[in-house]
Design a protein around this ligand. Sequence first.
Ligand code: MG
Length: 359
Amino acid sequence: MPESWVEREKLLLAPYAMPSAASAGRKYPEPAHPYRSPFQRDRDRIVHCAAFRRLSAKTQVFTGDLGDYHRTRLTHTLEVASLARTLGRALRLNEDLIEALALIHDLGHPPFGHAGEEALDDCLRDEGGFSHNRHALTIVEELEQRYPEFPGLNLSREVLAGQEARADKRAGPVLLEVQVVDAADSVAYDSHDADDALELGLLRLDELMALPLWREAQRRVRERYAVLAGHELRRAVIKELIDWQISDLLDEARRRLKDATARPGAGGPAECVIRPRDAMAAQKQEIEAFLQERVYRHPQVVAIRERAKQRLHERFSALLAAPALLPPFFQQRAKAVGKARAAGEYLACLTDQAALRGA
Ligand code: MG
């Protein structure tokens, strides 16, 4: 049955979800696939691309110098996809679109996380700077070379527009599938950055007790498991933090979507409806400020960040001085976008290790 997914979505999706059959299509038109919906194909194309595999060797917050417990850019991406699909299924949204959006959301991160992004933004200052959200679009529209018929992955317009909304917050009404991924990203990093920092010894459990969000999550855990301590307590609190935030998002979304009969952009809600309740939002801000101060600016983390930035600056200067060091694809690309942009794009595509090696 070639288009069984159309019938399946009719049965499953809420009126405010994005149905695959209503997709605006692809830049380079392609015939429909016999058994996969357009958004399933998008998700599969992302999973099979080289940039996605490289996420496994890219820093989320902590580099490999600190240990091997913590998240990489790939495992963060998979956690976001998992949480976003949970939200999407509970709200009867399009899970295939959600998964594609989640898997692409951090695809444009350069090596060394935000330190790498700052370094490349500096290097490309006179060229309009560097943004990982925009670089993800460049990757999927121009840099990936997998298909003979077109450059990039030729993804559906809804996936590209969702990523565009991340790159440019002013972009018009945003599909609920996009909003779900944004919310899941925030739940994921607030909880796993705290978890990773505790495991790596950058934070102590008692320090987090200064935060009402953590204190309340721990109180809830203690109600059920009075004797937990140490690692066991930490893991239970992290799980509670995630459950609590996801439930809060769902309650608030259901309240805001009660009367919605269409998707955003087609007469549905114009404002963001997948967001925490005000009380939760305030507590999340507190934990984010705390992590910013105590973890992302921890002397050990800062020292590694500074070395990483210096390394990218060195490599960028070397490539500008000798563009022949660029792989042939990027030498060719320099003719279209200029030497500096091509060098920046090349460096942004590298894994942490590949950025450390090389001239
Ligand atoms: Mg992310």
